[in-house]
Design a binder for this molecule. Structure first.
Ligand SMILES: [Zn+2]
Length: 406
């Protein structure tokens, strides 16, 4: 080899090396050919503070027993198989429950597999059953999940989409997963949760369905003001105030999702200073107001029903066609999940929480809770698992990594 050839070879190798480094950096940072707003995100998880265990010796003498809860979860698994565990609505509820599964070491292996599959389903279009119709799609600003409410341009009645705007992103956030969690679109493009949020922030508006969106943002967003694709300036506080102004009867599940999201925001704000002073004050005020109502609206059997807000708005919501038992299971499970996020000095006392626990345990012993009210049951069981647990979500993440795909 002549010196000139040797020099050319060194130059060539050098060029290849530099190009590879650029390519590696490019891929590592998740950059891609699709446009997205240059909004910084947390590259970490907003951990929630879950108060330590309520002493679980229920008022009627029955305890919250992990053996029995494991049985409830296995039963949910069986019914999910019957109903189609990869339908978006069921998958998203199973995945959310999967986030607390490590609290139930007594689960049958097949149930654990089913829950792992549900997490895979909400991050991979090809796992979702919809007769070949795309559900996770590429957009101008990132990627998006088709949903059956919320964002208009992605809304589609003929497709079996996700029930709510940012449904999947919120659940992945609640599970403590990284913003770099991979999400595969229809057609097999490898993207990440980062791209889901990029699309979401670029088309959000105070009139959007915000209950899940605000959970996702409080887990991942590291900016409090941004421009949308149509050049509106939106702030996180504007969105929070819009949710506060939304009538409870227009919020899903008897209005409880508005309360759950406010409890979630309150919890994250306490630990991470998420909100501006005004929004933080309003959220706290509302959480306190609702907790005060819940103390007096609990029924003698420990349940809450559609009158959970007392004489205010939610009781004007249309009654559930599937009956009163479903209404109580729905309201009580969702409310208990929210109360777990609020400190003991504000929420109803432990005795009231345990009466709700007794109600849920009794309800979940009946088969119709699963055959007729499967998604409601997942909320109820998740609340019980959290109440019976004495670990924080922080610890939970270690276990989660074992069954969540990278
Ligand atoms: Zn719900």
């Amino acid at each position: 080899m002549t010196p000139r050839h040797a020099r050319s070879l060194v130059l060539l190798l050098g060029t290849v090396l530099v190009a590879s480094l650029f390519a590696a950096l490019f891929l590592r940072t998740g950059a891609s050919s699709i446009n997205k707003p240059s909004i910084p995100y947390y590259d970490r998880i907003a951990y929630l503070t879950i108060p330590r265990r309520v002493e679980i010796q229920s008022v009627e003498g029955g305890a919250v027993n992990l053996n029995e809860i494991a049985f409830f979860i296995d039963t949910i698994g069986e019914w999910a198989r019957i109903k189609g565990s990869s339908s978006p609505a069921i998958a998203v509820h199973l995945a959310r429950l999967a986030g607390v599964l490590n609290q139930c070491p007594l689960l049958q292996d097949q149930t654990v597999v089913l829950f792992r599959e549900s997490v895979e389903a909400i991050t991979n279009d090809s796992k979702l059953s919809d007769g070949g119709f795309p559900i996770i799609i590429e957009t101008n600003n990132g990627i998006a999940y088709r949903n059956s409410s919320g964002t208009n341009h992605l809304r589609s009645r003929q497709f079996n989409g996700f029930p709510h705007r940012d449904n999947a992103a919120a659940e992945l956030g609640e599970m403590g997963l990284s913003i770099n969690t991979s999400v595969e679109t229809y057609g097999g493009l490898a993207r990440s949760l980062r791209h889901v949020l990029a699309e979401s922030v670029s088309n959000v508006h105070p009139s959007s369905e915000l209950e899940w969106t605000l959970i996702a943002y409080s887990c991942y967003l590291d900016t409090f003001s941004w421009r949308t694709a149509v050049d509106d300036v939106v702030t996180l506080d504007d969105l929070v105030i819009a949710l506060l102004q939304k009538p409870y009867e227009r919020s899903p599940c008897l209005g409880t999702h508005k309360f759950y999201t406010l409890a979630f925001l309150y919890n994250v704000d306490q630990t991470h200073g998420l909100l501006g002073d005004k929004a933080a004050g309003l959220v706290k005020e509302e959480v306190i107001r609702v907790c005060r109502r819940l103390r007096s609206s609990q029924l003698p059997n420990g349940a809450w029903d559609s009158t959970w807000l007392g004489d205010t708005s939610a009781d004007s919501a249309p009654p559930l066609s599937r009956g009163y038992a479903g209404e109580c299971l729905r309201a009580t499970g969702h409310i208990l999940e929210a109360l777990i996020l609020i400190e003991q000095s504000i929420r109803p006392n432990d005795r009231q929480l345990l009466r709700a626990t007794d109600y849920l345990m009794n309800a979940l012993r009946g088969e119709s809770s699963y055959s007729d009210f499967l998604t409601e049951s997942t909320h109820a069981v998740r609340a019980l698992v959290l109440l019976a647990s004495d670990t924080s979500l922080h610890n939970r993440k270690v276990i989660l990594n074992e069954f969540i795909p990278d």
